[in-house]
Write a protein of this length. Structure first.
Ligand SMILES: [Zn+2]
Length: 462
């Protein structure tokens, strides 16, 4: 059987037929049942070329007469533009016309440049950007080439540039950075309508391998709304955000906008939970008047667990260190109930004993020295964050969050899966920062809306 595919353009009673392609089918085999991927790509590519050529030439015909006097504008010349679309690269003949004699301005202009300000269509730009936020730039190219009749010009570098351009454009739309986002006064806040449920924001640092050498810090987090008053769906709003500490100029604004997109009101409770790192802690201040700052219990207990492991390796024959596990338990108990002073006292006593044993002993007790150092660090950590330590036991019994286990998975989702999967992946802070802005938007399901702000007819029903 011979199959001929044509497209018919109908305008009034005029019909114009274009041949798209022809192929053959012999005896039925499973492999050639229906349209093959390659045939589909070829046909779509040709259809795209026909459609674009017709759309462009009709548009040019329509706008050729001068809007003032109706005289056809003269052609100065033309050049070819290669338009990159989801169904291949299509050459477009872009003319240059003389302005009409009746116009105030003289010279020439390009009638297509306002219609096609870029050479990649919004749909293709969207696909490249979206996929590149999930898999590597190279894998994005492979994926698109696998399923669509991509043009030969597509490569990983192009995709990277497009991602950066989209992210940069989104960044420019972000408001200015401030140190203080709280607005209004208590009286105004009291007059606000009943707010939505509390927001819990978990923030955590992670590391990404730098191009050249070393690592740099990336902060990721998630904001979860307990419930919305006028929301019918059970799924509460949950949004991720991320930035590169050394590069981001607007971390406060970024976080503030995330909270605002979840409907943050100044009379709404916001609980910030963090791992206690300085960068993370400073960021969350001044975003809301009803903010509560809590040191994530997970990070306290993680450090205690490390100490517990170290205690197992201590020499058994030292009297002063016989009850270290019990002492650690007591420290944990105090910290759990918000008795920070007593917890630190317990750890301080332990540190004293460890160092006095070290002083007396002539043997090189590596494990002891290591543990002593870690206890000192732990005391420093608690000291730095004591203002953010709460009665975890009481909160826990009241059913409130004491830990950002949900952030651990966010860091994994936002950073690890795309940035540190392979040892060979190296990043510049700027490259990581721009890609993160796309990635969090994709994870938050916001990229399509962003594109619609720039291209109003993008993916809307025709
Ligand atoms: Zn004119």
């Amino acid at each position: 059987m011979q199959i001929r595919v044509q497209v018919t353009l109908v305008e009034g009673d005029q019909e114009e037929v274009h041949e798209l392609g022809e192929f053959e089918r012999g005896a039925l085999s499973f492999e050639t049942l229906g349209l093959t991927l390659e045939e589909g790509k070829t046909l779509l590519g040709r259809l795209q070329a026909v459609l674009i050529e017709e759309q462009v030439s009709r548009q040019l015909e329509n706008v050729r007469p001068c809007p003032e006097c109706g005289v056809q504008r003269r052609v100065k010349g033309h050049h070819h533009v290669l338009l990159h679309t989801v169904y291949g690269d299509v050459p477009v003949n872009s003319p240059r016309w003389w302005r009409c004699a009746c116009a105030t301005q003289s010279g020439t202009f390009s009638p297509l440049s306002s219609l096609m300000p870029e050479h990649t269509t919004p749909e293709l730009l969207f696909l490249q950007t979206k996929w590149a936020s999930m898999v590597s730039y190279g894998a994005t190219v492979n994926l698109l080439e696998d399923v669509l009749p991509m043009g030969k010009t597509l490569n990983a570098e192009t995709v990277r540039k497009h991602v950066h351009r989209v992210a940069q454009r989104a960044e420019e739309a972000l408001g200015e950075e401030k140190t203080f986002f709280v607005d209004g006064c208590q009286q105004e806040w009291d007059a606000l309508p009943m707010p939505n449920g509390p927001l819990t924001v978990g923030i955590e640092g992670g590391f990404v391998r730098a191009k050249g050498k070393g690592w740099f810090e990336v902060i990721a987090g998630k904001s979860i709304l307990a419930f919305g008053r006028d929301q019918l769906e059970d799924q509460p709003s949950s949004k991720t955000f991320a930035f590169v500490t050394t590069h981001d100029q607007k971390p406060g604004r970024r976080l503030f906008e995330v909270l605002r997109s979840q409907g943050l009101q100044q009379n709404q409770t916001v609980t910030f939970m963090s791992d206690g790192g300085d960068n993370v802690r400073n960021l969350q201040l001044y975003l809301s008047p009803n903010a509560e700052h809590v040191l994530d219990w997970f990070h306290v207990t993680m450090r205690l667990t490390v100490l517990g492991q170290m205690a197992k390796g201590l020499p058994k024959d030292i009297e002063a260190l016989k009850d270290v596990p019990e002492r650690l338990e007591r420290a944990k108990h105090h910290l759990w109930h918000g008795h920070v002073g007593q917890g630190c006292q317990e750890l301080g006593d332990l540190e004293t004993d460890l160092s006095s044993v070290l002083d007396r002993s002539r043997a090189e007790l590596v494990c002891l020295r290591k543990m002593e150092k870690y206890v000192v660090e732990m005391i420093g950590y608690i000291g730095n964050n004591k203002a953010y330590m709460v009665n975890y036991g009481e909160r826990y019994r009241a059913g409130e969050r004491i830990s950002t286990g949900f952030v651990e998975s966010t860091v994994n989702q936002v950073i690890s899966k795309r940035f540190v999967k392979k040892q060979s992946m190296n990043w510049t802070p700027r490259g990581a920062y721009l890609l993160l802005q796309i990635r969090t938007r994709v994870l938050n399901n916001e990229l399509e809306d962003l594109f619609r702000q720039w291209y109003p007819a993008f993916r809307t029903a025709v």
